[in-house]
Ligand binder design. Structure first.
Ligand code: NDP
Length: 326
């Protein structure tokens, strides 16, 4: 038995409870780990509250990411004592996840903990931060350089947004942070944003093409924000779309694509191939300022995860939340 959060759905309804969990509820896999730290991502908020059908198997431990130490392995790459990170692969959705003291997964899903990070720091980054890095890699691969102009980051106070700002600023880009919380402007500027804009500017229906403003965009919001970001991206610029905090729709026109040659990159962290994950984690290890990481991180215990997961969906949580699972 171990302690964790369990999501159940039965005649009494959908609920998440902190409880003792039997080993038999661990998922299938060839590596068993002692989870040290997990986190709360947007998707974890959805899984905890049941607000969206993220959990596809019951009962299930939520938590789409964790970092911990291997206690048992029949996988050739992993031995007891190894430290590893797990992001995605359906964990916390259809396979029991990280918001518990133990987890069992397939060894092919795990990434080595970069030596510069503790398991806590890895989860301060978490899936949100690793996704931010995937966005940065997409913009870099497109050829966008700091001299090309401003990079817009939407959902700026969130996990993806906060890490994206810190990463991009550290790489020398001029970052404009779009936020619904102007009171957090000092925080966003401390992460490296050159200035902030009110998210209302981008959040309502706009023209098919607007003034060319951004060399590149990291978008965690979707809907009108993504459409307007595309419409205001400079000629041959690129937009990395990873989120839907403002909506899943994409009410856009083809004008920015066929008249300005912009590129829209879809960023998926869940099924990303191992080599890309390893590249992202290596780049996080070399490029992310850990002092900034600490500044965006708040720590909670497992007993607080259900309440904070609910708050996260209201958009009132800033930065990253790490969960001390032990
Ligand atoms: P958070 O909840 O931490 O942050 C989301 C931020 O978006 C909020 O802090 C807020 O920023 C802004 N926001 C919230 N509600 C709205 C709204 N209605 N309209 C406009 N902006 C809003 O989430 P994460 O950073 O963890 O994730 C961001 C998005 O990215 C989510 O949709 C998540 O599902 C997605 N995601 C996708 C991944 C992938 O693989 N593609 C992986 C990880 C995340 P502010 O207050 O500054 O405006």
């Amino acid at each position: 038995m171990f302690t964790g959060i369990l999501v159940t759905k039965d005649d009494a309804g959908y609920r998440a409870t902190l409880q003792d969990i039997d080993d038999s509820l661990l998922g299938e896999g060839d590596v068993t780990l002692r989870v040290e730290w997990s986190t709360l991502n947007y998707k974890d908020g959805l899984a905890i509250t049941g607000q969206s059908p993220v959990v596809r198997r019951f009962p299930l431990v939520p938590g789409i990411d964790f970092a911990g130490t291997v206690v048992h392995s029949s996988h050739p790459a992993w031995r007891p004592g190894d430290q590893a990170i797990l992001n995605g692969w359906g964990v916390g959705e259809s396979h029991s996840g990280g918001l518990a003291q133990m987890a069992r997964v397939h060894g092919d899903w795990l990434v080595d903990l970069p030596p510069v990070f503790s398991t806590r720091q890895a989860m301060a980054i978490g899936t949100a931060g690793y996704t931010a890095m995937l966005c940065v890699l997409a913009l870099e691969k497109h050829g966008i350089r700091p001299a090309d102009g401003e990079i817009l980051v939407t959902g700026a106070n969130g996990g993806v947004g906060s890490v994206a700002i810190a990463l991009l600023a550290g790489l020398g880009y001029t970052v404009v942070a779009s936020t619904g919380r102007p009171a957090e402007a000092d925080y966003l500027q401390s992460l490296g944003a050159a200035r902030t804009i009110d998210r209302a500017e981008l959040g309502t229906p706009g023209k098919p093409l607007g003034k060319e403003r951004w060399a590149g965009v990291v978008d965690a919001v979707g809907s009108h924000t993504l459409a307007n970001a595309c419409a205001t991206t400079k000629y041959r610029g690129a937009v990395a779309a990873c989120g839907l905090a403002g909506g899943m729709d994409f009410p856009a026109s083809v004008a920015p694509f066929i008249l300005r040659g912009i590129t829209l990159y879809g960023i998926d962290s869940v099924m990303a191939p191992l080599a890309l994950r390893q590249q992202a984690w290596q780049r996080l290890a070399s490029d992310l300022d850990v002092a900034k990481l600490e500044a965006i991180t708040q720590e909670i215990g497992l007993s607080e995860a259900i309440a904070v997961g609910t708050e996260l969906l209201k958009g009132s949580v800033r930065g990253r939340v790490v969960v001390d699972v032990q």
